[in-house]
Design a protein around this ligand. Structure first.
Ligand code: MN
Length: 717
């Protein structure tokens, strides 16, 4: 990126903007945003000593290099105002409208992460980035520009902070920029990160590059001249640029064991032409004059990279035996190669750039789909972060379908991962794989540029051993979910068996008991949708076969004792007090009874009846004012009952997020969650609203399954 002025002014910004923003009102709004930010940050200084406004101004300037729209530029100028000044959301909203405010809020959310452990921090960071991308990808683009400017001025921070920021930039932000195709920002972030993480390596490479620069420049210039006249001879209008490799990409190659002198694509040319045909034409002409290096040709025009990158790549023996890496592409492809998703801004007259950007993100960027998939899968936050970091943002390989579509997979992926990535159904029916025309075993480790064909058989099914073979978490989850679906079938079988057994015991026929009218009654009273669901509910122990048949069988073998309640039709309360129709009833605050609990009533003085769980220890003191009560299970109140669970964990990590996630997964509303430290255990106090005992049992089951939880009990005060 070009050298930036140290202290730019609003005028510098306006000059850049005028080159591509032509509406006077846009420029006015940007001036207003600048003034607003200027006033709000007045008196604040950056660690580097400059006035604070220099930072947002630079962020906006970075964004002009990718032609960001007026709203994004305003958001860039205002991006720290909500977090660092007294400005309120309302104030911003009335000054700049809801769209700009939303962008600023999105960026603010991303910076406002302060957690005690690194793990919590990362989890939150990833989730917020993902939410940011899914809501408006421009939020992330502003964040990238913000980080880029902070990295440029990183020298002002103490060394430990430099390393933290640099690592985060390298591990999270640069890969995101890469996936969004914003090459300019990605590559500068990488170089700056390397400079702070491995200064000796960085300066060593920089020095070597410098020492060989003159010679390289001369060779590149001569080659450029030759190629240019060759193309002109063939009437191809073009532009050629010499280009330099980034320090980080050289470092990467050195890391893979190459010698500095062997990194032949240090010499590189980029040719821009007008049409796709001219790309291939130019390639043919160049190959006819300069011998190509075998197997170095790549056609990313026919097979774009997952971040939309298109170009032809070839390496040829050039002048004096030097190897040249040549890229050939159209101007439009070049725009995408440099700016990726942000290229939508540069397309002429693209009024709805933000809409196209969002829909391109969702449709074309494979990493986005993968992240969304992972996010919706049932996995713990740690697993989620681990898979996003290791399998989505870093270490990817690119392989091809037989039709030439590029599929992005984590390093170490197998043909099964590939098959599932194509489609779950393909994965589930995979029987074999052919890679580059050779039959390979299913645990074959795919490599970059492999062409993979999957053989399927519609009668085939996944095997549990695959779980050991596959690499991507996404694939594992899909296989697991296949088997849990199968477990569902097992439960259904079991439920069916139990009902039939109970019918035989009562000498009833299935046909009479489960005629359509009765079945409807059973399903309705248990709030189930189908006979299959009924079997499932019996099979997994939610309802007993006995209770199910009692709903329609006139003479139940064991009449449950509770059925002798005197209920009047008008009784619409959830609690029935024997012998009394209308009475004020309260749920006790000490033991928080919920629907379905064993309960007893206590007659208060002047405040109706208070309902306690039968094992509530406060009852001992209330002995002689008790009255028998029961739940009215004939009415269907959409009522939820509050209760408190004490969750004991033996993990020293904060598991709050996991508990919240497991609870919400069951559609249970959470009122509050508190963490109480007790010597060497962590206790979480979770307040929830439940429909009743069934839902509670499901929650207890789920929580008890968690390895970090060793006990769950209901709070009784
Ligand atoms: Mn900032």
């Amino acid at each position: 990126m070009s050298k930036e002025k140290e202290n730019p002014t609003l005028d510098d910004l306006l000059i850049r903007l005028k080159s591509y923003l032509h509406e006077e009102k846009d420029l006015d709004l940007i001036k207003k945003a600048y003034q607003f930010a200027y006033d709000k940050h007045q008196g604040q200084y950056r660690k580097s000593g400059e006035e604070y406004i220099i930072h947002p101004l630079n962020v906006a300037l970075i964004l002009t290099t990718i032609y960001a729209d007026a709203e994004t530029i305003q958001a860039a100028l205002l991006h720290d105002v909500l977090e660092d000044t007294d400005c309120t959301v309302d104030e911003m909203q009335s000054a700049f409208g809801s769209e700009v405010t939303r962008l600023v809020q999105g960026v603010t959310k991303l910076s406002k992460i302060h957690f005690s452990t690194e793990n919590d921090y990362l989890i939150d960071y990833y989730k917020k980035i993902i939410v940011g991308i899914s809501e408006d990808v421009r939020v992330i683009i502003v964040k990238l520009a913000d980080r880029l400017h902070n990295m440029r001025t990183l020298w002002a921070l103490p060394p430990e902070k430099q390393k933290i920021k640099a690592r985060e930039s390298l591990e999270i932000l640069a890969p995101i920029a890469q996936h969004l195709g914003i090459h300019k920002i990605k590559s500068e972030l990488e170089d700056l990160s390397l400079r702070y993480l491995k200064p000796d390596v960085f300066y060593d490479i920089a020095e070597k590059l410098n020492n060989t620069k003159l010679e390289r420049d001369k060779t590149v210039y001569e080659m450029l001249q030759q190629v240019a006249s060759l193309l002109t001879e063939h009437n191809i209008v073009h532009e050629i640029k010499g280009r330099s490799k980034s320090i980080y990409s050289i470092y990467n190659k050195l890391n893979k064991g190459k010698k500095f002198s062997d990194i032949y694509d240090l010499l590189a040319l980029r040719i821009l032409v007008k049409t796709e045909q001219e790309c291939y034409l130019a390639l043919g002409i160049i190959h006819s004059k300069f011998r190509p290096l075998p197997r170095r040709f790549k056609d990313y025009i026919a097979m774009p990279k997952p971040n939309m990158y298109q170009s032809l790549h070839t390496t040829v023996f050039g002048l004096d035996g030097y190897l040249f890496e040549i890229q050939i592409r159209t101007y439009e492809m070049d725009e995408v190669a440099e700016n990726g998703i942000a290229a939508h801004w540069a397309y002429k007259e693209n009024k709805d750039a933000k809409v196209s950007m969002q829909s391109t993100t969702e449709q074309k960027l494979q990493f986005f789909k993968t992240i969304m998939d992972l996010n919706s899968d049932k996995m713990s936050n740690e697993e989620f972060v681990h898979s996003v970091k290791d399998e989505v943002l870093n270490n990817n390989i690119y392989v091809f379908t037989p039709k030439g579509d590029v599929i992005e997979l984590p390093k170490g992926a197998t043909p099964i991962d590939f098959a599932y990535k194509i489609h779950t159904k393909v994965g589930e029916t995979t029987v074999g794989a052919i890679v580059n025309n050779n039959i390979v075993p299913l645990n074959y480790e795919l490599k970059n540029n492999d062409i993979v064909k999957i053989n399927t058989n519609k009668n085939s099914a996944p095997s549990k051993e695959w779980l050991q073979i596959v690499k991507a978490t996404q694939t594992k989850n899909k296989i697991k979910s296949y088997f849990s679906k199968n477990e569902r079938e097992l439960y259904i079988e079991r439920g069916k068996y139990q009902i039939e057994k109970e019918l035989r015991k009562r000498k009833l026929s299935f046909a009479t008991i489960f005629d359509s009218k009765n079945l409807e009654k059973i399903l309705k009273s248990l709030k189930l949708n189908s006979l299959e669901d009924l079997y499932l509910a019996v099979g997994n122990g939610k309802h007993s076969a006995n209770a199910v048949i009692n709903i329609v069988d006139e003479q139940p073998i064991q009449a449950p004792p509770k059925i002798t309640k005197p209920i009047s039709k008008e009784n619409d309360a959830d609690i029935i007090v024997s012998g009394i129709d209308k009475v004020k009833v309260n749920l006790a605050n000490c033991c928080h009874p919920i629907f379905g609990d064993e309960v007893v009533g206590y007659i208060t003085k002047g405040n109706g009846i208070s309902v306690h769980r039968t094992n509530c220890h406060n009852l001992a003191m209330l002995e002689n004012r008790m009255i028998s009560i029961s739940w009215n299970d004939l009415i269907d109140l959409d009522k939820k009952y509050f209760t408190i669970l004490m969750i004991y964990s033996n993990s020293i990590d904060n598991k709050m997020a996991d508990i919240v996630q497991k609870t919400s997964m069951l559609n249970i509303s959470i009122d509050s969650i508190k963490l109480i430290h007790k010597e060497d255990e962590m206790v979480y106090e979770l307040g929830v609203y439940l429909k009743g005992i069934d839902q509670l049992n499901r929650l207890l089951l789920e929580l008890n399954k968690q390895p970090f939880i060793y006990q769950v009990e209901r709070l009784m005060q």
